[in-house]
Design a protein around this ligand. Structure first.
Ligand code: FEO
Length: 172
């Protein structure tokens, strides 16, 4: 049986991951509207990954006898000034998600809940990768995104992203 506080934090994290999916799909809406289909595609794939994270958390709770309870998913309401803005917002968002995962990990550590720590190890690694990727995208956009050829090449590069469901996933 999971500690109640940890169960509540994990339950809340499902909502945060679903919001992340919603947020990134909203980024995709913005880029599609701007004619940058590669950027839009990249964030559509990212939204699928975020949904997967929500499913993993839900499965872990169910496997541990917790009744999952959904909350409303917030409306993504960001207005973007330019093509760089969603990338910067994405990087900031990933840093925020890392802080949430870290807080749950810390609580699991305090409660000596080694099982949940092991489950969260996958998320800790994933967050590290996602932050690096988001930071790289900001850097590349700053370097190449200001002129048409560079933006075109970046759009092509991002269009090539392939959605692959995580083969291993967290320890359940
Ligand atoms: Fe599920 Fe991008 O954190």
């Amino acid at each position: 049986m999971l500690n109640q506080k940890i169960a509540a934090m994990l339950n809340d994290q499902i909502n945060k991951e679903l919001y992340s999916a919603y947020l990134y799909l909203d980024f995709a809406n913005y880029y599609a509207d701007e004619g940058l289909d590669g950027f839009a595609h990249w964030y559509e794939v990212q939204a699928q990954e975020e949904r997967d994270h929500a499913f993993m958390l839900r499965r872990y709770l169910i496997n541990n006898g917790v009744r999952v309870e959904f909350q409303a998913v917030a409306k993504p309401d960001k207005v973007f000034a330019d093509h760089l803005a969603p990338l910067e917002a994405g990087y900031a968002h990933e840093q925020y998600v890392t802080s949430l995962i870290t807080a749950i990990y810390h609580e699991a550590f305090e409660q000596k809940d080694y099982k949940t720590m092991q489950f969260l190890d996958w998320f800790i690694k994933e967050q590290g990768e996602e932050e690096t990727t988001a930071d790289d995208m900001v850097k590349k956009m700053k370097l190449f995104g200001n002129e048409a050829k560079g933006l075109y090449a970046l759009n092509q590069e991002l269009a090539a992203r392939v959605y692959t469901p995580s083969a291993t996933g967290p320890a359940m």
